[in-house]
Design a protein around this ligand. Structure first.
Ligand SMILES: Cc1cc2nc3c(=O)[nH]c(=O)nc-3n(C[C@H](O)[C@H](O)[C@H](O)COP(=O)(O)OP(=O)(O)OC[C@H]3O[C@@H](n4cnc5c(N)ncnc54)[C@H](O)[C@@H]3O)c2cc1C
Length: 382
């Protein structure tokens, strides 16, 4: 597995970086930096149109055959480079991706996947259930339909979604055993209720959903129900690597930002970057980011070469998010009091990165999966 980027991958990184600097940054300067203020729909559309013109918008989308049109490493490069620009608008540059709908066919494809990728419909993933466990999402198969009841507690983008991709347990029938599955449920289906809307520390919006005897055609089950875990494995690997890439991009920005400040004049007479203790902290930040990015890019390369990377993805997600939190924590120390003023880029970044320790799998839960895999199959040394 080669250690360096190809010329095409380097060119992609430059293209995405230039897009962020030349297109996104000027648009962002007109944006209210307040974390709660929504980005106007017109501006979101403008970002998407510009990204399309720059050949970036499609990078997470599948090619005509339904597979990803880019390799894992290209997706990692795009996400990391955009995160390194540390702009709120960056999240609208990459177009919608199929996620759990990647394998959708027939009516599911026409009704949900095609409009999703065209940007005409929005989806949200509903997996997490309330902590009390009192209302698990259950489905009962009847002739031609599934009847669904239960709750989902943390659905990102749920307020704007046209449909939800929901994990559930299907009850056994005379012909089929109990199974875990995913089902697509329209937002306006009778019995779907938004119980609560809330924001997390990073400013993103979520809802809690209740399903009260919602009836959907059984061809809205996304794939043949698999025994055991919800059937979103491969998509989840991709998603987790992109979270890892985002964390690394943010940490990169933090190091760049602090380095610039440490070179600047300081009231003590010499730039802070001349102080030995300060240099040691900066070196620690570089060590953390180097280790994280090594894991990230190695995992992406292995995935592109067809290896089973389920353990490596866990390592990359844990290492990149946890190291990025530490990098940004040190960046705040070195930047001083102003980094804690509400709305400062480092203050916002700190909040955002903390959510990545939990979203798409909490670190300790991922450690459990990693440890389990090592006990069962041995430590492969990655
Ligand atoms: C910004 C953000 C966006 C999110 N978006 C979505 C979304 O779109 N869709 C969705 O379905 N969910 C979403 N979530 C929810 C997220 O997936 C869950 O918060 C996460 O899986 C943890 O579940 P929990 O909050 O119920 O915590 P719990 O499962 O109660 O766990 C709390 C803590 O207990 C410890 N713990 C729990 N279980 C174990 C274990 N087996 N071994 C060791 N330690 C353990 C861990 O430290 C863990 O962090 C989002 C969360 C955040 C923060």
């Amino acid at each position: 597995v080669p250690e360096t980027l190809t010329a095409e991958q380097e060119a992609l990184r430059n293209r995405v970086g230039e897009f962020a600097d030349r297109v996104l940054a000027p648009l962002e300067s007109g944006l209210d930096r307040d974390r709660e203020s929504p980005v106007p729909a017109e501006l979101r559309k403008q970002v998407a149109a510009s990204a399309r013109a720059a050949g970036i918008h499609h990078l997470l989308q599948p090619a005509a055959d339904g597979r990803h049109g880019t390799g894992v490493i290209e997706r990692v490069i795009a996400v990391e480079t955009l995160a390194r620009a540390n702009l709120r608008l960056a999240r609208y540059a990459l177009g919608p991706e199929p996620g759990a709908l990647a394998a959708a066919a027939g009516r599911l494809r026409e009704r949900y996947l095609v409009p999703l990728l065209a940007g005409d419909k929005r989806s949200a993933l509903a997996i997490t259930e309330p902590r009390d466990g009192l209302s698990p999402t259950l489905g009962a198969r009847e002739t031609g339909i599934v009847r669904i009841s239960g709750r989902k507690s943390y659905v990102t983008g749920g307020a704007e979604a046209d449909f939800f991709v929901v994990s559930l347990t299907l009850a056994a029938t005379a012909e089929q055993p109990q199974a875990r599955a995913l089902v697509v449920i329209d937002r306006d289906a009778p019995g779907v209720r938004v119980e609560r809307s809330f924001h997390s520390a990073d400013g993103s919006g979520h809802v809690q959903l209740a399903f009260e005897d919602v009836r959907v055609p059984d061809d809205q089950l996304l794939m043949p129900p698999a025994q055991g875990r919800p059937p979103i494995g491969a998509g989840l690997n991709d998603l987790r690597l992109r979270v890892a890439a985002r964390a690394c991009g943010s940490a990169f920005w933090a190091i760049d930002h602090v380095t610039e400040r440490l070179r600047a004049p300081h009231r003590e007479g010499i730039p802070l970057g001349q102080r030995e203790g300060v240099r040691l902290r900066l070196a620690d930040m570089a060590l953390l980011l180097y280790a994280a990015r090594s894991a990230l890019y190695r995992t992406a390369r292995l995935a592109d070469h067809g290896h089973d990377v389920r353990h490596e993805v866990l390592v990359a997600k844990i290492l990149c998010t946890e190291n990025a939190v530490q990098v940004v924590d040190r960046a705040v120390l070195l930047a001083g009091g102003e980094a804690l003023i509400d709305g400062h880029p480092l203050e916002r970044m700190q909040r955002e990165l903390r959510t990545l320790l939990i979203a798409e799998g909490a670190s300790d839960v991922l450690r459990q999966s990693l440890g389990k895999g090592i006990v069962e199959r041995g430590f492969r040394g990655f």
